[in-house]
Design a protein around this ligand. Structure first.
Ligand SMILES: [Zn+2]
Length: 519
């Protein structure tokens, strides 16, 4: 990914910094927005919402509970009935007429404060801010009621979370890590100061994406500071190989760093989660017993023994195979190298093309998507080996094509050994937009998961991975009233998850047809 500020002249940068400062000073960023506010409906505190004639999908057992009434009070599922209770004054009845109810979906890997942009347009700061808001709205519109944010601009994130909590912005519940914890110049391996001497100016407004540390003292300080700002997990990056085209090795943690990090996580009850694209990263994540591996391994077919070791340590995975598909850019080649011409990759390239050529107006600001498409030409213009030297920070498509080659096989082996598998988009990365969890869900189907398994990955498994299985991930008494209402039975047709009819988050009803997104 090209760093947002890399192309700025000094004047542009000062203007952008001023605009950012202005935005940050306005408590409600939506004051600058073209997105109208939307207020969900619901019942008053102490009153009940009865969701009647619900065909509830029991995701744990993969069966439908026909014609239930879900009683919701104060944001929680209070009871489930076979009959329709008689309402009292102030209660509300919502008749689903036998539509299907799944638990609110969970995107277990996304970057809520990244705009999905390959290169930043310095004059487009308002477009970027609108896109960030759109990120949250789109998740709700596509049935996602909880996201796990994997790091980007923590100060901006906190501002948006406050807006969601105050009802000023439509968006999901967010659990977060604030920033990546890694060694100086570790992944994503771009030092802002390399890009521009002015770039560090933006950090006081946005917060640091990377908690880069130089020694153990700095590591201890930064971990303490980060966890004091509400993080529930530590985001690590385990690979020695850069994801950027034209760059190879990057620095990695020393063992003493990892010992400190895992010790800190344990003592402070924090989960750990690590970016892993390589066997090197897999081995280290395995050695330290990381909570969840993120993404898929590109450079090795894991042995049965290795997968068994992962299962034994109860390490979960959020494979985000769809980001493999998005960043496996055929635009980088005159002709796709023969090893990548498999039936599976052929089909994925077709689906990728259809997706990026489709009407994405709901998901993304038009200008952002257009710039992303135009930017793909950069691969050929400079050549893969030269991109980094030219200051073009583009994803290395070889890594992502290799994910498509070996990732599915590794994932099926993990499934066979009972490893907990989640579901996430990596949205916020160039070309991957928020609200597209259905794309990863359908990708899992093409890899060989049943519809029932796909629903588990995107609900209860994700809830376990983010440590909230007592609150979310299934439609059960005592959990948050997070419900996504679908037209058809998703156990038979998973594509019905593309367009939910209604979403309920914490007992509040979002009538999706009434949420407008465009100017
Ligand atoms: Zn990510």
């Amino acid at each position: 990914m090209e760093h947002p500020f890399s192309k700025m002249t000094r004047r542009q940068l000062l203007r952008t910094a001023a605009a950012s400062a202005l935005l940050m000073e306005i408590p409600n960023v939506s004051g600058c927005s073209s997105l109208p506010k939307y207020q969900p409906s619901g019942v008053d505190k102490g009153k009940s919402l009865y969701v009647i004639h619900s065909d509830v999908v029991d995701v744990v057992h993969g069966v439908i509970l026909h014609d239930r009434t879900i009683a919701v009070r104060d944001g929680y599922i209070e009871a489930m009935y076979d009959q329709i209770p008689s309402p009292r004054e102030g209660d509300l009845i919502l008749d689903l007429k036998n539509k299907f109810v799944i638990p609110g979906l969970i995107d277990a890997h996304c970057h809520a404060t990244m705009p999905g942009e390959s290169a930043f347009n310095p004059s487009g700061i308002l477009t970027t801010m609108n896109q960030l808001k759109r990120n949250y709205v789109q998740q709700i519109k596509h049935g996602v009621t909880t996201v796990r944010d994997m790091g980007a601009m923590p100060k901006v994130l906190h501002d948006f979370i406050a807006q969601i909590e105050k009802g000023e912005l439509t968006g999901p519940r967010v659990v977060y890590c604030n920033s990546f914890t890694n060694v100086y110049r570790g992944h994503p391996s771009i030092d802002p100061a390399d890009v521009s001497i002015f770039l560090p100016m933006g950090a006081p407004l946005t917060g640091d994406m990377n908690l880069w540390f130089k020694d153990t003292k700095e590591l201890a300080e930064k971990m303490r500071e980060n966890s004091s700002r509400g993080a529930t997990f530590i985001k690590l990056t385990m690979d020695k190989k850069s994801c950027l085209a034209g760059k190879s090795e990057i620095p990695v943690y020393a063992d003493e760093h990892l010992n400190m990090i895992f010790d800190f996580a344990q003592k402070n009850n924090l989960a750990t989660s690590g970016h892993v694209h390589t066997k090197f990263g897999f081995d280290r994540a395995l050695q330290y017993g990381i909570g969840s591996m993120e993404h898929s391994i590109a450079d090795a077919v894991l042995t049965e023994k290795e997968v068994a070791a992962m299962a034994k340590k109860k390490i979960a995975i959020v494979p985000t195979v769809i980001i493999g598909q998005m960043l496996a850019a055929p635009e980088a080649y005159d002709e796709l190298p023969p090893k990548y011409r498999t039936d599976f990759i052929d089909r994925e390239m077709r689906i990728r093309r259809e997706y990026i050529n489709s009407l994405l107006e709901d998901y993304t600001e038009k200008s952002i998507h257009e710039r992303n498409i135009a930017y793909l030409k950069t691969y050929r213009k400079y050549g893969l080996d030269n991109l980094y030297q030219k200051g073009k920070y583009m994803a290395n498509p070889e890594i992502y094509f290799n994910i498509l080659l070996v990732g599915p096989r590794n994932l099926m082996a993990m499934k066979d050994q009972g490893i907990l598998i989640g579901c996430g988009t990596d949205a916020g990365v160039p070309l991957s937009y928020h609200g597209t969890l259905w794309r990863e869900m359908e990708m899992l189907g093409r890899i060989g998961f049943s519809n029932s398994e796909i629903l588990q990955c995107s609900t209860i498994n994700n809830a376990k991975i983010i440590g909230m299985a007592d609150k979310i991930g299934s439609v059960e008494v005592g959990k948050y009233a997070d419900l996504t209402i679908l037209q058809e039975n998703p156990l038979k047709n998973i594509e019905t998850c593309r367009n939910p009819k209604l979403v309920i988050k914490n007992g509040e009803i979002y009538d999706l047809g009434k949420i407008k997104f465009n100017v």
